[in-house]
Design a protein around this ligand. Structure first.
Ligand SMILES: [Zn+2]
Length: 111
């Protein structure tokens, strides 16, 4: 926490923590962990220190949302066949009241 006082010369900042007097941002006391990319303490906040980020590019998964699941509209799943992925997808479709013949654009609105 920081306190600011103003006098004739300008702003004076006081803080128990390490603080940038210009911005008022406080920093914790640095320790070796602060500089360790793979410690939760010093880890990169974007990748949590893993160095890689897994993201889904929806444009590549569903490049054309006018297609249906029957048309292999969800590219990574491919053609409809009897396996656990499609039986789970069938259960999701039933629950959300759409079918594999529904254009994905319309199915999405139900999810
Ligand atoms: Zn990173």
């Amino acid at each position: 926490m920081a306190c600011f006082f103003w006098n004739m010369k300008g702003r004076l900042a006081f803080s128990k923590d390490l603080m940038d007097p210009e911005s008022g941002i406080s920093y914790e006391e640095p320790s070796p962990n602060t500089f360790s990319f793979n410690s939760p303490y010093g880890a990169c906040q974007r990748c949590n220190g893993l160095g890689t980020i897994n993201e889904v590019d929806l444009e590549r998964v569903i490049p054309d949302d006018t297609k249906t699941i029957n048309d292999a509209g969800i590219v990574p799943f491919g053609e409809v066949r009897e396996n656990s992925t499609f039986s789970q997808l069938r259960a999701i479709a039933k629950h959300h009241k759409f079918s594999f013949a529904t254009p994905i654009r319309r199915s999405r609105k139900r999810l």
